[in-house]
Design a protein around this ligand. Sequence first.
Ligand code: S3P
Length: 438
Amino acid sequence: MPSVHFTPASGVRGTLRVPSDKSITHRALMLAGVSGRTVRVSAPLESADTGATLAAVAACGVPVHGALADGEVTIEGAGLRGLRPPPRIDCLNAGTLMRLFPGLLVGQPGARTVLDGDASLRRRPMARIARPLGEMGARLETSGEGTAPFAVTGGVPLRGAVHRLAVASAQVKSAILLAGLFAQGETRVHEPVPSRDHTERLLAAAGVPMLERDDAVGLRGPVDSLDLPDMRVPADMSAAAAHLVAAALLADPEVRFTELNLNPGRTGLLDVLVRMGVPVRIEAGEDVAGEPCGTVVVGRAPRLRATDVAPGEVPAMIDELPLVGLLGAMADGVTTVRGASELRVKESDRIAVLVEILTALGVRAEEHADGFSVHGGTGVRGGSVDSGGDHRFAMLGAVAGLVSAEGVTVGDFGAVAVSYPGFAADLAALCGAPEGGA
Ligand code: S3P
């Protein structure tokens, strides 16, 4: 899809069950593939990213029934050491697949698999998993730059180890914990700030006794088998995020987000919205897949106040930080995010691209090495921007159009399909207008 124009909207309203959680879907599909039983995963996320993970699991000889588009897949788990990995796996744009799957591949005897991805994924750092898994004895060979394509050799004996991560990362933590399933002894991960714990919750649900002490999470290997229960995947906070921001700026009177995953490692944006003066109400619901879930009701902020996001808050809203920049453009004062240099190695350099987009839309914004500052007060004028192939910026551009004075044309809008193919239709429904225009 080349470009889509988003016109200013006067209000958004309604009830939305956004697509299912991407992080949990990736993990559920992978762990189902190595489970000792057949697992039914209902409401998995249908997207390019999670499609790559399902294809990877199937390519390892695991019988898969149904498709993500059917709203349910049944996976005949091959057992923890029962994958038959192919020589090559294409991860497309999916960093979670490329960083977590090696944690399982290292435990598959006799296999050597090259993981590769698109140009964006080939730029992203993979030494961050190769190094800690290597310390456990695993054999991972990255390119000279520490990037993909890289090869994983399975079946090499592993030993448990204690890892102290310099930067909180759920992907790195998860890769280590998965490798720990095959290692002799205890594997532990210390993080400077806790990151999302979906892997820990699913492993616990699959019967693995998880160790939690001294600010560390860990497990004792080797583990014989996983017994993952059937599960339903809840709605994704990161998918809701762009709509949450639209609601904060335009709700008339409110937007309700149902069955939303409220894992504390994911709810940082809600805290920021409240701090900026947005009426947010949470109606707690039933747990889904061992995750706290509920309905989030968002009204329009009478006036938006600028805020500072501190480094310790970053992991719980890592994928939502660019949207904090957009909120900052609409707030009184200067909004600053620090301690977020990780943004530079996401699907794009999200600090540089955010500042470029906001500047193109008439907003004063500046880069810091580890974050950005946005000067509010003038609002968003409008103009033309490009997603840069990054799904999160496709969504940000759309919402910027809704709150702008003149509308925003988003180039390479098709990138949205990486995580949320139906985004524009859902946004248009909240606007009460046909897709692409409000
Ligand atoms: C993810 C963790 C985060 C996040 C990514 C998904 C996960 O990455 O940005 O979109 O599913 O574990 P990091 O672990 O690199 O922070």
